[in-house]
Design a protein around this ligand. Structure first.
Ligand SMILES: Nc1nc2c(c(=O)[nH]1)N[C@H]1C(S)=C(S)[C@@H](COP(=O)(O)OP(=O)(O)OC[C@H]3O[C@@H](n4cnc5c(=O)[nH]c(N)nc54)[C@H](O)[C@@H]3O)O[C@H]1N2
Ligand SMILES: Nc1nc2c(c(=O)[nH]1)N[C@H]1C(S)=C(S)[C@@H](COP(=O)(O)OP(=O)(O)OC[C@H]3O[C@@H](n4cnc5c(=O)[nH]c(N)nc54)[C@H](O)[C@@H]3O)O[C@H]1N2
Ligand SMILES: [Mo]
Length: 699
C-alpha cells in the first residue's frame, strides 16, 4: 500500500481559501485535513469541506457526457461519448456564431474560485468566439463598487491581525457559518479582552456569541453608519490629524450627517437611539484611547437596493477615527485587489475578433434576458448558454423566470458539472467536470493574503475532465489554433500573478506547488500612512467619481425597494421582510446533495417571530407557504425570537429538486438591481406567509 499526502487548496467561494492536506492511498483519496502550518487555516477545515472526499466519490457524480432525452427540466438523459458531445456542441455553436456569436452566452460563477479552472481557458474560448460578455454580479459587486469609491480598491485589514483589535464590529456577516477562520481570530481577540458586536437583523449563530447584538431592520445599514458618523462628529470622537491628512470632503460630510441624529437613525433602523449612540461612542472612544477598532463587513449588508451605499458609508468610519493607523484596525470587506492577478495572460481579451465589441448580459437578470426577443437595444436573442461553475436555476433571483428561460425549446444549453443539478436538468448536453482533488489550480483569495496552490491528488473519476481541458477540446473542434489554446494547466497557473509587481515577488509556480502557499509581500497596515488607491490618494468622503456616475457623491441612505417603511402599499399585501442567507452546512447550492450535510440541515425551514406566527396560527413545525407576486415556496416553520418581528429568515440555498415542493427561496426574490454594481437584491423582499395542509403541497 502506498500512502501520500498531497497539498491542495479549498476551491469554494468563501473568504477563507484553506490549505488542505489530502491523504491518498493507492490512488484513492481517503481524507482531507486543514494544513496546521498555514496560518489562516490553522489545521481546521469547516464541516462541509471535511466532507470533500464524500462529495468527490458520491454515487451521483457525473462520470460520462450525457444528452437529454426527456423534456427540459425533467432530468432524463442518456450516456454519449465525448466525441459525440464535442461534435454536437461545436457544430451547434458554429452555426449560431455564423449568424451572430453574441447569441452565445457563457454563464459561470464561483463553483471553483481557481484562476485556472475558473476563467482562463473558458474566457479565452469565449473571447475568441466573440460571445456575449457576462457581468458576474451575483454576489459582491454592489459592496465592491461602494468600497472602491471610498477606499480605492478592495484592500483592507489583514485577517491575521484581527486578534489584536479591542473592538470588532461584525457587520452583516455570520462567520461561524461562512468564514470560520475569521471567527477563530475574533474568538482570540475576545480572549484577549476585545468586545464583539454583531450588526444583523437576525440572531445568527455568530450574533448569539457576540457580547452585543444590534438587530436593525434589513437594508438600513447605511443609515446606521450615518448616525454613527453624526455622533462621532458631534462628540468630537475623531482623529483630526488623520482626517486632515488622509481624507477628502470632511466639511461636506459633516454637513451631510448633521440631520442623522440618533433619534432619526433609530427610527429608520428600527432600533433605539441609545443603541446608535452607544455604538458610536464605543467605536470612537476605543479608537481615541489608542486601541485598534476593526470592522468585518460582509456581503449581507449589500443585497438590498442601497447595498453599495451601505458599504461605502461603513467604509468611511475607520478614517474618521484614525483606525487605519493600527494593523488590527480598519475594515475588511474583501482583500482581493491585493493580489496582482494577470488577467490579461489568463483570459486573453486580445483574442476578441477585430472590431468586435460584444454586449454584456448581467447574470443577475438571466431570467428576463433568456426570455427576451431580439431587438435593436438588446441585440440577438440568446440562442445558446454554456454553464460552468454555477447553478443558476437554483441560485439566481426570480427563479420561475429563470426556469422558464432555460426551458425554452429553441435554447441550446450545455452544462459542465459534478452533479445533475437543477440547472443540469435543463441541459441539452451535460459534461462531467473534475473536482479539486482531480485537477491542478492556483488561487488568490478574498479573505487572506496568501497565494495558494492546488495539486491534483487523484486521477479524474470516470470520464470527467477539467473545465480547461473541455474548453481546449472545444477550441480545437472550432478550429481555434492560437498557441494559448494548447497551454497546459501548469503553464496557465505559472502566469497567474504578475511577478513584476512587488507584492508577488515571491511567486514561483513550481515552488508554490511544493509549498502549497505563500504570503504576498505587503505591509501589515495598508493605510497607516494614508496612500489610498483613489484618484485623490485619500479616503473619499466626497467622491467625484460617484457624481460622474450619476450618484450622490456624499454618504446617504437609499431605502429598500420593498419594506414596510418604503413601500407601505405593497406591505399591506406582503407585510413580512424576508432574507435568505447561507445555511451553515451548504455552500450556496453546493453540498446540498451530500447526504450527511443535508441530514444536519434537515429540510427547508423558515424562522418566524412568535408574534407573526401567532397572528397566522402557525405553530412551530407547521408547514408554511411563503409567497408574493413573483412566486411561492414551502418550508417548515421554526417559531423563534432569533428573528425580529416583521422579518422571516429562510437559510439557503436548497436544491429545488431536493425540497418537498421542488422550489426554493429564489421563487420570491426579485431581479431588481442595487444602486451600484448592478447586483441582485436577494434580501430586499416582502412576502406573506400562510399555513398549509401537508397534503396540499403539489410538486
Ligand atoms: N457555510 C457557508 N459559508 C459560505 C457560504 C454558504 O453558502 N455557506 N457562501 C459563501 C459566499 S458565496 C459568500 S458571498 C459569503 C457570504 O458571507 P457573508 O457576507 O458573511 O454572509 P453570511 O455569513 O450569510 O452573513 C450574512 C448575514 O447578514 C445578515 N443580513 C441580511 N440582511 C442584512 C442587512 O440588511 N443588514 C445586516 N447588517 N445584515 C444582514 C444575515 O442575517 C446573515 O447573518 O459566504 C461564503 N461562505
Ligand atoms: N436566495 C439567495 N440566493 C442567493 C444567495 C443568497 O444568499 N440567497 N447568495 C448568492 C451568492 S452570494 C452567490 S455567490 C451565488 C452562488 O451561486 P453559484 O456560483 O452558482 O454557486 P453554487 O450554487 O455553489 O454552484 C456552483 C456549482 O459549480 C459546480 N462546480 C464546482 N466546481 C466546479 C468545477 O471545477 N467545474 C465545474 N464545471 N463545475 C464546478 C458545483 O458542483 C455547483 O453546482 O448565489 C446567490 N444566490
Ligand atoms: Mo457569494
Amino acid at each position: 500500500m502506498t500512502t501520500s499526502i498531497v497539498r491542495a487548496a479549498c476551491p469554494h467561494d468563501c473568504p477563507d481559501t484553506c490549505a488542505m492536506l489530502v491523504t491518498v492511498q493507492d490512488g484513492v483519496a481517503t481524507e482531507v485535513r486543514g494544513d496546521p502550518e498555514h496560518p489562516p487555516t490553522a489545521g481546521a477545515l469547516c464541516t462541509k469541506v471535511s466532507r470533500y472526499v464524500e462529495r468527490t466519490y458520491h454515487k451521483d457524480r457525473l462520470l460520462h457526457p450525457l444528452k437529454r432525452i426527456g423534456r427540459k427540466g425533467e432530468g432524463r438523459f442518456e450516456r454519449i461519448s465525448w466525441d459525440e458531445a464535442l461534435t454536437t456542441i461545436s457544430s451547434r455553436l458554429q452555426s449560431i456564431a455564423a449568424r451572430d456569436p453574441q447569441a452565445i452566452l457563457p454563464y459561470s460563477y464561483a463553483g471553483t474560485m481557481g484562476l485556472v479552472q475558473g476563467e482562463s481557458m473558458a474566457a479565452r474560448f469565449f473571447h475568441k468566439l466573440g460571445a456575449s460578455f457576462l457581468d458576474r454580479t451575483i454576489c459582491a459587486t454592489a459592496g465592491g463598487v461602494g468600497y472602491r469609491y471610498t477606499i480605492g480598491a478592495r484592500i483592507g485589514t489583514d485577517l491575521e491581525q484581527f486578534q489584536n483589535a479591542k473592538l470588532i464590529l461584525i457587520w452583516g456577516g455570520n462567520p461561524i457559518a461562512s468564514s470560520v477562520h475569521f471567527w477563530m481570530r475574533a474568538q482570540e481577540a475576545k480572549r484577549r479582552g476585545a468586545k464583539l458586536i454583531a450588526i444583523d437583523p437576525y440572531r445568527s449563530l455568530t450574533a448569539e456569541k457576540c457580547h452585543q447584538h444590534i438587530a436593525l431592520l434589513p437594508g438600513t445599514d447605511a443609515a446606521l453608519a450615518l448616525g454613527m458618523m453624526h455622533v462621532l462628529i458631534a462628540e468630537h470622537l475623531l482623529d483630526e490629524d488623520y482626517i486632515a491628512r488622509h481624507t477628502l470632503g470632511f466639511e461636506q460630510l459633516k454637513e451631510r450627517v448633521r440631520e442623522w441624529t440618533p433619534e432619526r437613525t433609530a427610527q429608520t433602523c428600527g432600533i433605539t437611539a441609545q443603541e446608535v449612540q452607544q455604538l458610536a461612542r464605543e467605536y470612537g472612544t476605543t479608537a481615541k484611547g489608542g486601541d485598534a477598532v476593526a470592522i468585518r463587513v460582509n456581503y449581507g449588508v449589500q443585497r438590498v437596493r442601497g447595498g453599495g451605499m451601505a458599504v461605502r458609508n461603513i467604509a468611511c468610519l475607520p478614517a474618521l477615527v484614525g483606525a487605519w493607523r493600527h494593523a488590527a484596525g480598519g475594515v475588511q470587506l474583501s482583500v482581493s485587489d491585493t493580489f496582482p492577478k494577470n488577467n490579461q495572460a489568463l483570459q486573453r481579451p486580445d483574442l476578441l475578433p477585430v472590431g468586435a465589441a460584444p454586449r454584456t448580459i448581467n447574470m443577475s437578470t438571466i431570467g428576463d434576458d433568456l426570455l427576451r426577443e431580439a431587438s435593436p437595444e438588446f441585440g440577438s436573442k440568446i440562442e445558446a448558454v454554456i454553464v460552468y461553475n454555477s447553478n443558476p436555476v437554483a441560485v439566481a433571483p426570480e427563479s420561475s423566470k429563470v426556469a422558464q428561460g432555460f426551458a425554452r425549446e429553441d435554447l441550446f444549453t450545455v452544462v459542465l458539472e459534478h452533479f445533475q443539478t437543477d440547472t443540469a436538468d435543463y441541459a441539452d448536453i451535460v459534461l462531467p467536470a473534475t473536482t479539486q482533488l482531480e485537477h491542478v489550480d492556483i488561487h488568490s483569495t478574498y479573505g487572506h493574503l496568501y497565494m495558494m496552490a492546488n495539486n491534483a491528488a487523484i486521477a479524474p473519476l470516470g470520464e470527467a475532465k477539467p473545465n480547461t481541458e473541455i474548453f481546449r477540446l472545444l477550441a480545437a473542434r472550432m478550429g481555434f489554433d492560437d498557441a494559448c489554446f494548447k497551454e497546459s494547466d501548469d503553464e496557465i497557473a505559472a502566469q497567474a500573478f504578475n511577478k513584476n509587481d512587488v507584492r508577488a515577488i515571491h511567486f514561483d509556480w513550481h515552488a508554490l506547488k511544493q509549498k502549497g502557499w505563500q504570503k504576498l509581500n505587503v505591509p501589515d497596515a495598508p493605510f497607516a500612512e494614508g496612500g489610498f488607491p483613489t484618484p485623490s490618494g485619500k479616503c473619499e468622503f466626497y467622491c467625484a467619481r460617484m457624481q460622474a456616475d450619476g450618484l450622490d457623491p456624499l454618504p446617504t441612505y437609499i431605502p429598500p425597494y420593498e419594506s414596510v417603511a418604503s413601500n407601505p402599499e405593497l406591505a399591506k399585501r406582503y407585510p413580512l421582510a424576508m432574507i435568505s442567507p447561507p445555511a451553515r452546512n451548504f455552500l450556496n447550492s453546493t453540498f446540498v446533495n451530500v447526504q450527511s450535510l443535508r441530514n444536519t440541515e434537515g429540510e427547508p425551514h423558515l424562522d418566524i417571530h412568535p408574534i407573526d406566527a401567532a397572528r397566522r396560527t402557525i405553530e412551530n413545525g407547521a408547514r408554511v407557504r411563503i409567497y408574493n407576486e413573483r412566486g411561492a415556496f414551502v418550508a417548515k416553520a421554526r417559531v423563534t425570537d432569533k428573528t425580529r418581528q416583521g422579518l422571516v429568515v429562510g437559510l439557503s440555498i436548497w436544491w429545488k429538486k431536493l425540497a418537498a415542493d421542488g422550489r426554493n427561496a429564489n421563487e420570491v426574490t426579485s431581479q431588481r438591481l442595487t444602486d451600484m454594481g448592478a447586483a441582485p437584491t436577494f434580501y430586499d423582499v416582502l412576502v406573506e406567509v400562510e399555513r398549509v395542509d401537508h397534503r396540499s403541497i403539489a410538486r
